[in-house]
Design a protein around this ligand. Structure first.
Ligand code: HOZ
Length: 427
């Protein structure tokens, strides 16, 4: 038995499902997950000493690769000065300034501890600001695990095919209005049916938790117009896309500005952090400036903010996103050629350095078309890549994330192994 499997057995006796977040249990892929000992650059080493090329990157934030020397140095320096104070520090101001300067729609920002906290706080604020209750959410969109947004969710909820989650009261779900992603008419219709009741539209501007599904032309623009017309708050969940698809996130890329933005793990360089922000006008309602309560001892933690500042400083360097995108283009071209040569129909959806390979010959534009792709084929492809030391997301409903530390050699190796994996599917 491998050391990872031994650990997984022990973990199962102590932790539900043996993991602290569901997708990492590899349920939809089969087999026991590896347990990570260390990450360096674009590689992970497991308990059995096996080394993997990592295309999960802690679900996005490791855009620089694991254990980047400058980020680690910043973390060490901060840790030496103390791990948590529950009192303000200079680094909170510095990181807040970097976020405000980067993200076009954010004038004021509140740091929290995770993407989940960010989205739940943004919703509370939107409801308070509009004095309304209902939230429009896209089917297959995932915004963390809090009650209001778990209905028809992507990520682990989709991976495990959990239709609705026990423990979420009907009264909460009644205020969540579901619409298909990329469906302008459905969004219009939802506003018409609930005229004057919609507090907010919560949307991933580039869906990433049903696999990557880019917005169709005009989709985000229409949501913007609808929210303005109906005096509702447009919330972009940029936990995945912020500082990933561009320094200013998807809103910079598409030029559509939300009222509120949520950010996550990448602004802590992988350490636990999140943030929500928007205009002065809305954000001034947050306590203690305003009356919408939201708090946290660990919020703005000195080590997490040090890691975030060091990460964002490196992302600002000129040509960073161009270089990352070039790598992503190379990888996608290689994947597509491997699949074409093997006669395996795939669709690669991507924006910048996040992408998903769907095993289908039809375009994937929403959760229904993502779900219609062949998940079993993805699992076979995934296993064959893993056997060759390449770690892709253990779910057909998650994104591959590339880092700047993936070298051309790493990409060539991945492409060659993918060609073999596609070939084995067609045999
Ligand atoms: N929600 C994350 C992926 N979109 C985390 C997955 C996990 O670790 O279970």
């Amino acid at each position: 038995m491998s050391k990872s499997s031994e650990l997984f057995e022990m973990a199962n006796a102590l932790i539900p499902g043996g993991v602290n977040s569901p997708v990492r249990a590899w349920k939809a892929m089969g087999g026991d997950p590896f347990f990570v000992v260390r990450g360096k650059g674009c590689t992970l080493t497991d308990e059995d000493g096996k080394i993997y090329l990592d295309y999960v990157g802690s679900w996005g934030p490791m855009i620089l690769g694991h254990a980047h020397s400058e980020v680690v140095a910043a973390v060490e320096e901060a840790a030496r000065d103390g791990l948590s104070f529950g009192a303000p520090t200079r680094r909170e101001v510095d990181l807040a300034r970097m976020i405000v300067e980067a993200v076009p729609s954010i004038e004021k920002v509140r740091l929290v501890n995770s993407g989940t906290e960010a989205t739940l706080s943004a919703i509370r604020l939107a409801r308070a600001y509009t004095k309304r209750s209902k939230i429009i959410k896209t089917i297959g969109g995932y915004h963390g695990h809090h009650d209001a947004l778990l209905a028809a969710a992507g990520s682990g909820v989709a991976t495990l095919a959990i239709p609705s989650t026990p423990g979420v009261p009907d009264s909460v779900v009644q205020d969540t209005v579901l619409v298909p992603y990329n469906d302008i008419d459905a969004a219009r219709d939802a506003f018409a049916r609930h005229d004057g009741e919609i507090a907010a539209v919560m949307v991933e501007p580039i869906a990433g938790n049903m696999g990557v599904v880019p917005p169709q032309p005009g989709y985000l623009e229409t949501l913007r117009v609808l929210c303005t017309e109906h005096e509702s708050i447009l919330i972009f969940d940029e936990v995945m896309t912020g500082f990933r698809v561009a320094y200013g996130g998807a809103q910079e890329l598409y030029g559509v500005l939300p009222d509120l933005t949520t950010l996550g793990k990448i602004i802590g360089g992988g350490l636990p952090i999140g943030a929500y922000g928007g205009s002065h006008e809305i954000m001034k309602r947050v306590a203690p400036e305003g009356d919408v309560y939201q708090a946290g001892t660990l919020s703005g933690n000195p080590v997490a903010t040090a890691s975030g500042i060091a990460t964002l400083q490196l992302l600002r360097s000129s040509g960073f996103y161009e270089e990352l995108e070039k790598k992503a283009q190379k990888l996608m071209r290689g994947f597509q050629k491997g699949a074409d040569d093997a006669g395996v129909p795939i669709q690669i959806n991507s924006v910048g350095s996040m992408m998903t390979v769907f095993f289908t010959d039809k375009p994937v534009v929403d959760f229904a078309s993502a779900g219609a792709a062949d998940g079993k084929r993805y699992a076979k492809f995934w296993r064959s890549m893993l056997d060759q030391g390449i770690y892709l997301p253990p779910s057909p409903f998650e994104a591959f994330f590339l880092s700047i530390s993936h070298s051309n050699r790493d990409l060539d190796r991945t492409i060659n192994n993918a060609a073999l994996a596609f070939k084995s599917l067609s045999e």
